[in-house]
Design a binder for this molecule. Structure first.
Ligand SMILES: Nc1ncnc2c1ncn2[C@@H]1O[C@H](COP(=O)(O)OP(=O)(O)OP(=O)(O)O)[C@@H](O)[C@H]1O
Length: 412
């Protein structure tokens, strides 16, 4: 907005007692003329201000109308691909059509290529979608420094050892592999029943190596971000290369990499595209530097063997349900910060929790704590654990969820 010139000073009248009448009259006339001048200038300014107010009012009306239209019409989502002197090239989601379109100069300043934008019927860019609304942000969990450490994982000593060799060593001592002349494993696949600590293992290795942990859930790629799976996989690896060292963790990888079915529905084609993208990212992975790839599944039997070829997920680590000794350790870990009464018999509890996963045992300890709170106690007793166990088993029966360990091993 242009700044208006300063207002003229108020004219002053200085009369000297020595002045003759004629001189006074002349001075008064001059003063009067000054006042008339100032008045004229002020009136002119007032007219300008009125005019400006009118313009602004019109602008406000226009913006309000635009705002209303924006609120009432549907907008389409597109990605800004390229900013050119002639406008912005956008690619519509859904049909992938590319359009050169216009955008107001104000909005243009805020757009970077790759941003998601909302366009109207005539493709004019209306708004830039905030990062939070971006599928990328929603689909990936990015944790700069996950707080899980190896000593919080009960049992799984062999698995931890394998993960450390396959993921931690290549990140911490890459020269060791060079000297021996071998390539570290490309990808590590953790497979086993739900809630047994697969995600924990991946987080712990990220913590140990000070790597960024970037997680994406396969099921979400195909259920929540329909049509965007392949792009999100590309984004996942791009983000990892910006955040090196990084651990990419693809949970429920079976959702995007299960054996081909005969059905030709578009959903399957989409899943296939997502998987092909994942394979091509992994194949071109060698030059990617400090990024390690991990994945997890509890449907190992369903996996398309293509993802297990050398250079892809070529290190398989089974994460089984905990045995009695491991359950004991998991109980110890999850009661570390609890007030536990002397009568609590962890050996007995470890035996009684046969078939329960680490996640089940964590819920059990929380539930036992709830029983103590209900009883207005700060110490958890053996009876609280027994009650919690009983409640868990009743719930399992009601919901029909069979305790994981009793499922056939191939399906986990
Ligand atoms: N071995 C374990 N030691 C200690 N806690 C465990 C263990 N396994 C599971 N837990 C507890 O269960 C929670 C869930 O575990 P996690 O997410 O690592 O399982 P997961 O194998 O990745 O499961 P899913 O296959 O369902 O994704 C953890 O946050 C932890 O509290």
């Amino acid at each position: 907005m242009s700044r208006s010139p300063p207002l003229p000073d108020q004219p002053t009248l200085e009369l000297d007692p020595e002045m003759t009448d004629r001189e006074r009259l002349a001075a008064l006339r001059e003063h009067f003329a000054d006042i008339v001048d100032v008045n004229a200038t002020l009136e002119e300014r007032l007219d300008d201000a009125r005019e400006r107010r009118e313009d602004l009012r019109e602008e406000v009306d226009k913006l309000e109308r635009e705002n209303e239209t924006l609120k009432t019409t549907s907008l389409y989502v597109a990605t800004a691909e390229e900013l050119t002197d002639d406008g912005i090239v956008i690619k519509q989601h859904g049909n992938n059509q590319e359009v050169l379109t216009e955008v107001s100069p104000k909005l243009r300043e805020k757009i970077e290529s790759g941003d998601r934008v909302a366009v109207n019927d005539s493709f004019t860019v209306q708004t830039v979608l905030e990062a939070e609304k971006d599928a990328r942000a929603q689909a990936m969990e990015v944790d700069e420094s996950p707080d899980v450490t190896y000593d919080e994982i009960g049992g799984l000593e062999d698995q931890m050892q394998e993960v450390r060799e396959a993921v931690e060593q290549p990140l911490e001592n890459p020269e060791q592999f060079e000297q021996v002349g071998i390539e570290p494993p490309s990808g590590v696949l953790l497979h086993g029943p739900p809630g047994t600590g697969k995600t924990m293992l991946a987080k712990a290795v990220a913590n140990q190596t000070d790597a960024t942990f970037i997680k994406m859930a396969g099921s979400e790629l195909v259920q929540k971000f329909i049509g965007e799976g392949a792009k999100l996989v590309r984004d996942l690896f791009e983000l990892a290369s910006q955040r090196e060292p990084a651990i990419v963790f693809i949970d429920e990888i079976d959702a995007v990499a299960s054996k081909r079915t005969d059905s030709k529905t578009s959903g399957d084609a989409e899943v296939q595209r997502t998987m092909m993208q994942l394979l091509s990212e992994m194949d071109g992975f060698e030059d990617r530097g400090d990024i390690r790839i991990m994945a997890a599944t509890n449907r190992f039997d369903m996996l398309d063997r293509a993802i297990l070829r050398p250079g892809r997920f070529d290190r398989l680590i089974e994460v089984p349900e905990p045995d009695e000794e491991a359950r004991h350790k998991i109980l110890d870990i999850h009661t570390r910060n609890m007030g536990v009464a002397d009568d609590v018999d962890f050996d007995k509890l470890a035996a009684e929790t046969e078939g329960k996963s680490g996640a089940d045992i964590e819920s059990l300890t929380t539930e036992a704590g709830m029983f103590a709170i209900r009883d207005e106690r700060t110490e958890v007793r053996q009876s609280d654990f027994e009650d919690a166990l009983e409640k868990m088993d009743e719930n399992d029966e009601e919901t029909g969820i069979v305790t994981k360990g009793s499922l056939p091993s191939y399906a986990y």
